[in-house]
Design a protein around this ligand. Sequence first.
Ligand code: 5RP
Length: 222
Amino acid sequence: MTADADKRAAAEAALDYIEADSVIGVGTGSTVNHFIELLGQQREPVRAAVSSSEASTGLLRRAGIEVMDLNEAGPLDVYVDGADEATRHLALIKGGGGALTREKIVAGASRRFVCIADDGKLVGRLGTFPLPVEVIPMARSFVAREIIRRVGGQPVLREGVTTDNGNVILDVGGLGIDEPVAVERTLNDIPGVVTNGLFALRPADVLLLGGDGGVRTLHRNA
Ligand code: 5RP
């Protein structure tokens, strides 16, 4: 199967975690795009979705799914989102699509985080994928210097990208991340950092990996 077919298989498997009439959180990216399309085809759709990006909001509305403001929704049952890298402990790197801050907010507001990906995303150690960091524009150069001083790596400005929150993204290459919780906290302590793409303090609860043998399910604390 192609990576795209693996993504679609993982997205389809996530439908089993969705209860009719619930309000769910929806992430961003090509894997989630499959999920939104499949969700829109369900006979018993969800009541509404809280979206993590303007891109997903548009797709959800086109699929006939009501989009709700997180402030109106309260705690969410399930959050479904993709990842750029995942470990078997379900710590993630996210933000390849630039939506990391809203993704982290919606994941944090959800009881259960179901992560969907092709099995090429499973890694032994996080950090081969450059770690996205969302930064207030005026702090860009200062934050880049502080990242190098505090955790190392090579921060590179993502050219031509402004996030949905009006900020810029630094992609930090050259990190081999052995302690994701500590790195997540250290980066978030730098003034000017909005958030970073490590999801270790709030990892996924379930990881659905599409691959040649079908969809494999990994649970946190398994
Ligand atoms: C967007 C994300 C995506 O979930 C991540 O980039 C994976 O994307 P894709 O499903 O296209 O492989 O974090 O900010």
